[in-house]
Write a protein that binds this ligand. Structure first.
Ligand code: PMV
Length: 331
């Protein structure tokens, strides 16, 4: 029986989180940490989903999933059940067997590194191969985005775009442009270890914007301008300028109320250890920071974050998006 393994990368947002929700541009990069999804046909009439990281395993009759009767599934796996249902609904019922879905992830969850979008994208790609159906990259994007909406409410789509395509992009709702880097950028990711919900953080900014529209609109527009300014700095490989822009962006995110004491602690630790710039990445309120170390300061920055008791690692930029690792039409 068929078995397919697909994977998709996580991401960091370099500039523009939150502002992107209001139509401003953001800059984001895929990172070399992936979610792997294995989908295997099994000789039952059921679908089983197991997440090794979350230590959750659920199972449901194929017929029930096809009809979209998803009551009783866990909140964690609901987006995946929904995605399986949509695939079955869209493509009829091409399966003669049940399916076993296994997930393994190198990306910490709920940390702003796009793990849920990577998971949905890899699952959509693996199911497409197992179903042997034609789906364009746009179709994969759409079905993964539908599932992402269950996690985040009103996501901008930036995570899905990077999981699917990889690389570094200038993203605006509905459009993306690739950026060619002048030189590789060493990025250190520091994890506060505090989990947060993107939906709640987005709602917090929305409320602040409703309360103080004139001021918050200006902050959001200024963040959008930072994203645009950073494009040339990325192309030129101007690390000093990128660091400055990251520090300004962090200040503006603080103004939006999405930083936290833990984030500030890691940002300060990174800057003291020789980071040219440091800021939160993703929704904030916890999750991760990114720091741009000066040449020769990479280890110092990683160690400095570890010394305050948090995990840190060097994140290389990943230029390849979602891909089939084994099985399916590709081998
Ligand atoms: O923390 P993440 O990876 O879910 O990123 C959220 C980024 C926001 O701009 C805050 C929301 C969005 O959908 O773009």
């Amino acid at each position: 029986m068929n078995r397919v393994v697909a994977s998709a990368p996580g991401k960091v947002i370099l500039f523009g989180e939150h502002a992107v929700v209001y139509g401003e541009p953001a800059i984001a990069a895929a990172i070399r940490r992936r979610v792997y999804v294995s989908v295997e046909e099994i000789a039952t009439d059921r679908i089983e989903i197991e997440s090794r990281n979350l230590k959750i395993r659920e199972s449901m009759r194929l017929e029930k999933c096809t009809r979209g009767e998803l009551e009783g599934v866990s909140a964690e796996l609901k987006p995946l059940w929904h995605l399986c249902h949509k695939m079955l609904e869209l493509h009829g019922h091409p399966l003669k067997h049940g399916l076993r879905v296994e997930i393994r992830s190198e990306i910490p969850e709920s940390a702003g590194l796009g793990s849920s979008a990577a998971l949905a994208t890899a699952l959509a790609l693996a199911l497409k191969e197992i179903f042997s159906v034609d789906m364009s990259p746009n179709d994969i994007w759409n079905i993964a985005f539908e599932s992402e909406k269950i996690v985040h409410g009103r996501p901008s789509g930036i995570d899905n775009t990077l999981s699917l395509h990889g690389g570094v992009i200038l993203y605006r709702k509905g459009s993306m442009k690739r950026i060619r880097l002048g030189q590789t950028i060493p990025l250190v990711v520091g994890d506060t270890g505090v989990s947060r919900s993107t939906g709640k953080m987005v709602a917090r900014v929305r409320m602040l914007r409703e309360k103080y529209p004139d001021v918050i609109e200006e902050v959001i527009r200024a963040i959008g301008r930072l994203s645009l300014l950073s494009v040339q700095a990325l192309v030129d490989g101007d690390l000093e300028k990128l660091g400055d822009l990251m520090n300004i962006n962090q200040g503006l995110l603080e103004a939006l109320g999405v930083s936290s004491p833990e984030i500030s602690m890691l940002v300060n630790a990174a800057r003291k250890a020789g980071a040219l710039g440091a800021k939160l990445t993703g929704a904030g309120g916890g999750g991760c920071i990114i720091a741009l170390p000066a040449k020769n300061a990479i280890n110092n920055v990683v160690e400095s974050i570890k010394r305050v008791g948090r995990d840190a690692f060097l994140a290389e930029i990943e230029f390849e998006g979602a891909r089939i690792e084994s099985g399916g039409a590709h081998g």
